[in-house]
Each structure stands twice: as C-alpha cells, then as structure tokens.
Ligand binder design. Structure first.
Ligand SMILES: [Zn+2]
Ligand SMILES: [Zn+2]
Length: 252
C-alpha cells in the first residue's frame, strides 16, 4: 500500500489567509500545509480520502494520474470544498469515479452539491452510502469504518488493512478502539499539536493516550494547525511519532 499526504493542514491551512504563520516557521517548507486529504494506492486501486479546497492543485502537484474512488469523512468545508472538481475529473479520466459517504454527510452534500448528483457535462459519478460503523467495499477493497465525535458533528474514520486514517476527532468510542486494534500505521489528526484546547479537535496528549491503547508501530500526525511548527514540535514527539507534511509518501 502506498499513501501520499496530499494535505497535512487544518481547516485554515498554513500559512492562513494574509500570510498568517502563527508558530510555524515560514523558512521551513514542511510548514506549508494545504487542507487535509490523503491518496491511498491499495491492491491496484486508487482512492482519495476527502477533497478540500486545494484538491485540484494537490492532484496536479503530486502528479497523480488516476483515481477510482473518493471517500468523504464529513461535510466540513476543508474536507469537501473541492468535490465539484470530480465532474471534470471523470470527463478527463473518461471513466466513472465512485464517491462514498455516510448518510449524515450525504444529507449535507445534497444541499450544497445536489447539482453534481445529476449527470452534468458527460461526467460519470456514482454515489454510495456507507454505514456509520462496519465494513464496506470500495472497488473490491475492504474498508472498515466507525464514527468519531467532532464538535457538534461526527466524522467517519477509515481502516485500510493495517493502516488507519482518523481525522477530525476529539474522542474515540470502545467500538472505535476495537476497529483500530492491530493498526500498524496510524495516520491521525493532531490539529492542536502541543496546545490542548476544547475545539472539537485533538492534541498530542490525546493521541498519546490512544496510541497506548492500540500500540501502532508508527504514528503520523496530520490536520496540523499553524500552531504546529514542524521542527519545534517534532523535537517533542515520542520515538515512533512523526509529523505529516504535504507530499509525504508512506509505503506500507
Ligand atoms: Zn477538518
Ligand atoms: Zn471538521
């Protein structure tokens, strides 16, 4: 399995608008972060999780030439704003793109992007509702899912074989822990970095507590806000933890 971090940033990216860098050092290019998304190549299938506002640039910059499917975690702007690019993407690729989301996300998509659910300009998109919890099939690839609480909302977490992607979370249920057990590579939101805050997101202490329960070999922190400076934060991480950065490639 190959994973590319298309975006390691939080909802506001880094730098934020008006070149606001907060704690992040502008001289370190690993601090330049677009909105959160990953590309997963598994069993010959090419899957993107979340399509934020920089989706088109992320695909082009990382020289990705094809995708089979898109999985959506929840309907916040930083995860879905690039979704309309899919209408053109399926025309350029000349094949169908499968889109997967749970009922709660679908209800929101129908309000914001209902026009995409009809065929426009020859685009071929197929829409699939996935369960809140359990296993589903993405072009022959088995994916497990569960919900994590996030603000007033919930977010779908995904497990692909022994890699799990948990974004936008502030807590994990016992059911979630069960699904994560055995995960070797945990790719997980750590929006607040070293600064705990009750904002629907997570920080290093939360991630450490979770990692103690599931013992992954490698923990990669992503969805990082501008409070997280790559070098300064990396120095203070446990031995098997590291920070994600845009364009990072992970071979599993
Ligand atoms: Zn987010
Ligand atoms: Zn969110």
């Amino acid at each position: 399995m190959k994973v590319i971090i298309l975006g390691a940033g939080s909802a506001y990216g880094c730098p934020m608008i008006f070149n606001s860098w907060r704690n992040a050092n502008p001289q370190d290019e690993r601090n330049y972060r677009t909105r959160p998304s990953i590309y997963v190549e598994i069993d010959g299938k090419k899957i993107v999780v979340d399509t934020g506002p920089e989706f088109r640039e992320q695909i082009n910059k990382n020289k990705i030439t094809d995708i089979d499917a898109v999985l959506l975690t929840h309907p916040h702007y930083d995860h879905i704003a690039g979704l309309p690019e899919l209408t053109r993407a399926s025309v350029v690729l000349e094949h169908n793109i499968q889109v997967f989301a749970n009922q709660e996300t679908f209800a929101d998509l129908e309000k914001s992007y209902g026009f995409m659910m009809k065929s426009i300009e020859g685009s071929i998109l197929s829409w699939h509702k996935i369960p809140d919890k359990g296993e589903f099939d993405v072009c022959g690839v088995k994916v497990k899912t569960f919900q994590v609480p996030h603000h007033h909302w919930h977010c779908s977490a995904f497990r692909f074989q022994d890699m799990s992607y948990v974004t936008d979370w502030e807590d994990i249920s016992p059911e979630g822990i069960d699904i994560l057990q055995g995960t070797k590579t945990l790719l997980i939101e750590c929006n607040n970095g070293l600064y705990p805050e009750k904002n629907g997101h997570s920080d290093l202490e939360n991630v450490k507590k979770l990692a103690e329960r599931i013992s992954p070999q490698r923990v990669i922190l992503t969805h990082l806000s501008a409070r997280v400076d790559y070098k300064e934060t990396s120095r203070r991480l446990p031995q098997n933890f590291e920070l994600a950065y845009d364009g990072m490639e992970i071979n599993i």
